[in-house]
Design a protein around this ligand. Structure first.
Ligand code: PEP
Ligand code: MG
Length: 486
């Protein structure tokens, strides 16, 4: 927007031709778009879309059209409103968290995309990847969302409404019953103790984690502090956010993942779009390419670690040199704090996410070099099966039960246990009750998931027999087939 090619030229049109502001910026935008259209290089050509987007925003401001993301929108609170959109970015979804919508429908996106993950953490029904809901649904339509099964009825019959009201009451009753399991230790029928922790995106969610009896935070996706804003949070702001969670969890372990930007999560002013962002400069790759940003976060984490049990988790590791570089960056951050006389703990555990087939297949040296591992099935499945987790078109191929995926999980869990190192699983599979028996059968003893899934999974675990499941899963893995456990 500050580029003179756009703003000065529009200014000129206002002064010399007496265009109004909207018309001036639209005209200049059209001129620039035409120039971009004629660029041969496809990457540069696509940047024309950035111009269209910025102009649309300016026009919206000028015309005063309400923007859903502006808190000033006055919503009739007596009506439950549902957002129907072509797509919602994870950063925008996070902003909608405070607007108290009753549900979300999008044409694009997969169930493990970060947009869906944030919607899940908001505890409201959402269905993504609907294809054309955005053009089919009209303002004022009555919508009935079945978030559990991923279906939507538009202007449903009275009979359908009555049926869904019953389904909803049963669902609410079940949740109330589950709440009684909050303080029950999670032990399987054959005596295996399972640890259940929570995934959070923002510090306040630690309350939801405690409310369901989570034994710690297994994954704090720190990048959500950085998204939807033009400047990254300062060291102090980050310190406050991390310390808030560590203090709230009162001695329970809090695993904070360093910045996982890239793919579907971007900074607001990051104009660069990689050709294939999921395979690009994402997560630890991004942090190592922006050492100052990384150092600031590591310093904030080390400072917050003085308030309790904080563990640092590095995302998307696939090379040992990335582990070495992360250890070095942590050591430097620590030394810089010591030099300034700032208190730091003796030692902070450092772990890696297992999200690429590379680290999963050759995990042994990573187990040795690190204090713990956390398996991110959302990405591990995406990269193993070559399926973009945000792409609705291939969502049906996203299969956590694929024998190749299960063999990777089995290998990683086994290697960590043999070395006596903790290994947890924090992808959406951990909170999926359809996966609980298989994960138990793979030998998993630490699960981390969104708080609202925790008691469901606990109830399943309490009635399971780990040993019997282990035999069945081992047999299926030997034959490279899907386990059938029921
Ligand atoms: C994962 O990949 O499974 C994971 C937990 O990380 P994210 O969903 O944030 O990529
Ligand atoms: Mg991931």
């Amino acid at each position: 927007l500050s580029d003179p090619m756009l703003s000065e030229a529009a200014d000129e049109l206002i002064k010399t031709r007496h265009y109004n502001a909207e018309w001036a910026i639209t005209t200049q935008g059209q001129i620039l778009s035409a120039q971009f259209e004629s660029i041969h290089d496809p990457y540069l050509r696509e940047r024309g879309a950035d111009i269209d987007q910025i102009i649309e925003k300016v026009l919206r401001r000028l015309s005063g059209t309400p923007n859903l993301l502006q808190k000033s929108v006055s919503l009739n609170q007596s009506e439950a409103l549902i957002v129907v959109a072509r797509d919602i970015s994870p950063a925008d979804m996070l902003k909608l968290r405070d607007a108290r919508f009753a549900g979300f429908l999008t044409d694009l996106g997969g169930p493990t995309s970060h947009t869906a993950i944030v919607a899940r953490s908001m505890n409201v029904p959402a269905v993504v990847g609907l294809g054309s809901a955005h053009s089919l649904v009209r303002d004022g339509d009555l919508l009935l969302i079945d978030g559990l099964n991923g279906s939507v009825l538009v202007n449903p019959s009275d009979a359908a409404i009555a049926e869904f009201r019953q389904i909803r009451s049963r669902y609410i009753e079940k949740r109330t019953r589950l709440q009684q399991l909050r303080d029950t230790p999670c032990i399987t029928r054959d005596g295996i103790r399972i640890r259940l922790e929570a995934n959070i995106e923002v510090p306040d969610e630690s309350e939801a984690a405690l409310a369901v009896g989570a034994e710690g935070i297994g994954l704090f996706r720190s990048e959500f502090l950085f998204m939807g804003r033009s400047q990254p949070p300062s060291e102090d702001e980050q310190y406050e956010a991390y310390a808030q969670v560590v203090k709230a969890m009162d001695g329970r372990p809090v695993t904070i993942r360093t910045l996982d930007l890239g793919a579907d999560k971007t900074l607001v002013d990051d104009a660069s779009v990689a050709v294939n962002p999921a395979l690009g400069l994402r997560a630890i790759r991004y942090c190592l390419a922006h050492p100052e940003l990384f150092a600031t976060q590591l310093r904030a984490l080390l400072r917050a670690a003085t308030h309790g049990h904080l563990r640092i988790l590095i995302p998307l590791i696939s090379h040992m040199h990335e582990v070495v570089a992360s250890q070095k960056a942590l050591q430097q951050a620590r030394q810089s704090l010591i030099d300034e006389g700032v208190p730091v703990p003796e030692r902070v555990e450092l772990g890696a996410m297992v999200e690429t087939p590379a680290i999963a297949v050759a995990v042994e040296p990573f187990v040795d070099a690190l204090d713990f591992l956390s398996i991110g099935t959302n990405d591990l499945i995406q990269y193993t099966l070559a399926i973009d987790r945000s792409d609705a078109e291939v969502a049906h191929l996203y299969d956590p039960m694929h024998p190749a995926v299960l063999r990777l999980l089995h290998h990683v869990i086994g290697a960590a246990h043999r070395a006596g190192k903790p290994v947890s699983l924090c992808g959406e599979a951990a909170g999926d009750t359809q996966m609980t028996a298989v994960l138990l059968g793979l030998g998993l003893k630490e699960f981390s998931m969104h708080p609202q899934h925790l008691l469901d999974v606990k109830s399943k675990l309490l009635s399971s027999h780990a040993d019997a499941l282990r035999n069945k899963v081992a047999d299926a893995l030997n034959r490279a087939v899907r386990p059938t456990l029921n």
